[in-house]
Design a protein around this ligand. Structure first.
Ligand SMILES: Nc1ncnc2c1ncn2[C@@H]1O[C@H](COP(=O)(O)OP(=O)(O)OP(=O)(O)O)[C@@H](O)[C@H]1O
Ligand SMILES: [Mg+2]
Length: 213
């Protein structure tokens, strides 16, 4: 918020070098705050007895559209297609945003920029199913068995400086989906790209503090 205010005060005629520095402060602050949140979630899942969810009435279509809008603002050059009927259920809205922001954010980061990311949700009666698909290089087969463990990253991505993640996004997403009584699966093959499939029971039941590993 402070960097936004600063940019407004600097006005449109501000020196480009200065607005560039302000933008970098904003980006770094958001990245640091996301990392701190992720480390706290890791601590909650390992020490605090698991990630606790608070299910309320939610339309998953609205959640997905909101997450995609936010990601489109951050990546205006990328295209994300959403196919989703109205999907009413009982889930933890903030945690659902976190899961799909991780999965769709990953598809944008690691997928081929020449192809759109597609997000497709289906109503399966007692459960809902959401597929997030991207084209591009597959996830290395050696990484697949540990993909949902903490601090796992593709070797190439750990070296890249433009995607400074911790390797916690999928671990936390898996913990959240498991806490809802659902599951996440991944399919990743050369030529077909990568598809993450999330299945959630229509009505998630709040669990008491128990260890979810
Ligand atoms: N859609 C995808 N396509 C290709 N590789 C992927 C995809 N999603 C994840 N990966 C690989 O799996 C690794 C782990 O992903 P995860 O989201 O857990 O961590 P991260 O994106 O590296 O960091 P963080 O999410 O903590 O910022 C990534 O580093 C990347 O190598
Ligand atoms: Mg990630």
């Amino acid at each position: 918020m402070a960097t936004g205010l600063l940019r407004m005060r600097l006005g449109p005629a501000a020196d480009e070098a200065v607005t560039g520095i302000v933008a970098r402060i904003g980006t770094s602050t958001r990245r640091m705050s996301r990392m701190v949140e992720q480390i706290l979630d890791l601590a909650r899942s390992r020490v605090g007895g698991g990630i606790v969810i608070n299910p309320t009435a939610v339309d998953l279509g609205t959640v997905l559209a909101g997450v995609i809008d936010e990601l489109r603002t951050a990546h205006p050059d990328r295209s994300v297609d959403l196919r989703c009927p109205a999907l009413q259920g009982s889930w933890d809205r903030d945690r659902m945003e976190q899961v799909f922001s991780n999965l769709i954010g990953n598809a944008i980061h690691y997928g081929d920029a020449e192809h759109p990311v597609t997000v497709e949700a289906r109503d399966e009666g007692h459960q809902v199913c959401v597929d997030v698909h991207n084209h591009g290089a597959p996830i290395p087969s050696a990484l697949l068995p540990q993909l949902f463990e903490p601090f796992r990253r593709g070797e190439r991505d750990s070296r890249a400086t433009n995607t400074a993640g911790l390797g916690l996004g999928l671990y936390i997403s898996h913990q959240i989906v498991t806490a809802h009584g659902g599951d996440i699966q991944v399919d990743s093959h050369p030529g077909d790209g990568t598809r993450f499939r999330v299945r959630l029971p229509r009505i998630a039941v709040a669990r008491c503090r128990e260890r979810l590993t």
